[in-house]
Design a protein around this ligand. Sequence first.
Ligand SMILES: Nc1ncnc2c1ncn2[C@@H]1O[C@H](COP(=O)(O)OP(=O)(O)OP(=O)(O)O)[C@@H](O)[C@H]1O
Ligand SMILES: [Mg+2]
Length: 228
Amino acid sequence: MLELKNITRAYELGGEKAGAFGVSLSVPAGCLAVLAGPSGSGKTTLLQLVGLLDEPDEGEVFLEGEAVSRLPEKARCELRLRRLGFVFQSFNLVPVLSALENVMLPLQLQGIRDEDAKLRATEALDRVGLSDRLEHRPGQLSGGQQQRVAIARALAPKPVLVLADEPTASLDHAHGGPLMDLMVQQCRDSGVSFLVASHDPSVISRADLVFRLMDGKLVATESTKVTA
Ligand SMILES: Nc1ncnc2c1ncn2[C@@H]1O[C@H](COP(=O)(O)OP(=O)(O)OP(=O)(O)O)[C@@H](O)[C@H]1O
Ligand SMILES: [Mg+2]
């Protein structure tokens, strides 16, 4: 479903090289994969490459078998909108919009009619257990609830892959675990895959696949569960 082949993206700052070096990995459909490693090990660098927000110096990213790293910006934009979902550490919800309106937003950007967008957004919020919070604005929701809205927003357009950078970092421990359980459930139910950058043990313990990074290199791959 997702494949990285020999990806290198080097940043040079003051003669020191950092980034990602020769990383190859693959994530099957319906799989929750984690990029784990200490600060500066290259997790966000890789997520930005997979999210088509940056181009590798060498190597290629394949999404559903298609080489996508060097597509023109318009095609990358289209892929981001239709095939990828994004979840951020700080939720990135629009504060003046309700939970429902936040989830409707990417659907409306795809040109889906308001009525259909509303239906699909309601379904997505239902799947994350927030059907009783549709009209709440982000400021009226807890951190865990806001992150569930962000997940509903990422999933509503039915992407094949959701990218999440430290999605539990703004949550206390009690909220991180249930949020991850929710992601695992989505993988099993809809076949979507997640690629999550995190050093949170509650994230890593729930992963199907863990890619361990160190100084921009992939040092170990652990398959922690047998996938059916
Ligand atoms: N735009 C940039 N310019 C120069 N160096 C960069 C840039 N972005 C990242 N780096 C360097 O690349 C390395 C990897 O950074 P990256 O953000 O991928 O780490 P990370 O694993 O996400 O860390 P953290 O857990 O702190 O988020 C770091 O040494 C960082 O300083
Ligand atoms: Mg990072």
